[in-house]
Design a protein. Structure first.
Length: 393
């Protein structure tokens, strides 16, 4: 199987982790040799309720028996998508009332960028250095990491970059700016949180010049930071909220949410301003609805902050320089890329899944399912400490 995987399935790196999955349940993934791996990554923040959560699986199975794809997005009334959009609105500030469902995070970013241009009649986008918003052409244009996009130029024109958390840079946001796009917490950059009222300042500046604020919550969203969305921690409401990953509960999804007034603009001039065949797919929407219900009705969000404290208490070691992030969006910062690589690869051999962040080579991702138990956290952290003890400083 490994040779077929490497031969026939296009790869993203020369050295994929190549764990051959047999099945997964709760906080564990099992390989075809019956070895269990404790999952501290949750499919890169995409399975907030762990693997095969019974409520998610039942919702999917029930929908499978009713109908799959029946029509392109937006024409027919399909209950799972309608209920999902409504539940999102009920859990968001009043201005974020209408949701457009798509198939992936990057596609939701594309929709948000288009909406900002359409709403303002302007073309300039302001994005942040070290930002990651996805890998299609528009999203890549607002990615703040030149090395990874050089080969794909020309990209979108009229994109300017500012430095996250730098107040002076906000002067670059002007009456020419259609939208300012930021991750609420910078993910690929190393789980960098906004500081000193940064997002409030961005909000004020956008209001002053008539630019729209787009917040990318694809990673921090859906309960991971102790709130349903990260922006709730920072007193700043975006004009367009972009979500994905964990919203699908393990199924592929993206979504952008805005006011009805803004979202109506996609209906005309030009008509069909944004269209998709599979967006709002009934099975995926059913999975997302079950996930969102469970997260909003349980105490998993509050527990995320308690579990963060347990991680911080247990992960103390000379090779851990810092733990960044909030809730269950945490990153260990090691002294070097070598230590990071060694920790991740050795832990996988020891049955603990960790992963890298995109642009910060010294960071180790800890984004477990929100359902992880305290015992599982203790089990995984003791493996990390044992492995670090064996790494030469
Ligand atoms: C902050 C952020 N934005 C956008 C994306 C792109 O989402 P997708 O991979 O579903 O296209 C990601 C994925 O890692 C992300 O972390």
């Amino acid at each position: 199987m490994k040779s077929d995987f490497l031969t026939y399935q296009a790869q993203t790196t020369p050295h994929p982790l190549s764990l051959e999955v047999s099945h997964a349940k709760g906080s564990y993934i099992y390989d075809t040799n019956h070895k269990a791996y404790l999952d501290f990554v949750a499919g890169v923040s995409a399975t907030p309720l762990g693997h095969n959560h019974p409520k998610v699986i039942n919702a999917i199975k029930e929908q499978l028996d009713k109908y799959l794809h029946v029509m392109v997005y937006g024409e027919y009334i399909q209950k799972p998508a309608v209920e999902l959009a409504k539940l999102l609105a009920q859990n968001l500030p009043a201005t974020l009332e209408s949701t457009y469902l798509v198939n992936s995070g990057t596609e939701a970013i594309e929709g948000a960028l288009k909406l900002a241009k359409r709403a303002t009649g302007r073309s300039e986008m302001i994005a942040a250095n070290s930002a990651y918003h996805g890998n299609t052409m528009g999203s890549m244009s607002v990615m703040g990491f030149e090395e990874r996009k050089q080969a794909f130029r020309p990209l979108l024109p009229d994109v300017r970059f500012i430095t996250f958390n730098n107040g002076e840079d906000l002067n670059h946001i002007t009456t020419k700016t259609a939208g300012v796009i930021l991750e609420t917490i910078q993910g690929g950059a190393g789980f960098i949180q906004p500081e000193n009222g940064y997002l409030e300042k961005v909000r004020k500046r956008c209001d002053a010049v008539g630019a729209l604020l787009i917040l990318d919550e694809i990673q921090p969203g859906i309960g991971r930071t102790g709130k349903l969305f990260g922006f709730e921690n920072y007193n700043c409401i975006p004009d367009i909220l972009v979500t994905g990953k964990g919203l699908g509960g393990g199924m592929p999804i993206g979504a952008f949410t805005a006011s009805n007034t803004l979202m109506h603009l996609l209906q005309d001039n030009p008509k069909l301003g944004h269209i998709t065949t599979f967006g709002g797919h009934p099975v995926i929407a059913a999975s997302a609805l079950a996930t969102l219900k469970e997260i909003t009705e349980s105490d998993l969000m509050a527990q995320a902050l308690e579990k963060e404290q347990l991680f911080r208490k247990l992960l103390v070691h000379p090779l851990i320089k810092e733990i960044r992030g909030i809730g269950l969006m945490l990153a260990i910062i090691t002294p070097s890329e070598e230590v990071t690589n060694s920790l991740i690869l050795t832990c996988q051999r020891r049955g603990l899944i960790l992963f890298w962040l995109l642009f910060e080579p010294t960071a180790v991702r800890i984004t477990p399912p929100l359902t992880i138990s305290n015992d599982e956290i203790m089990e995984g952290c003791s493996i990390i400490i044992e492995v670090l003890n064996k790494i030469k400083k």
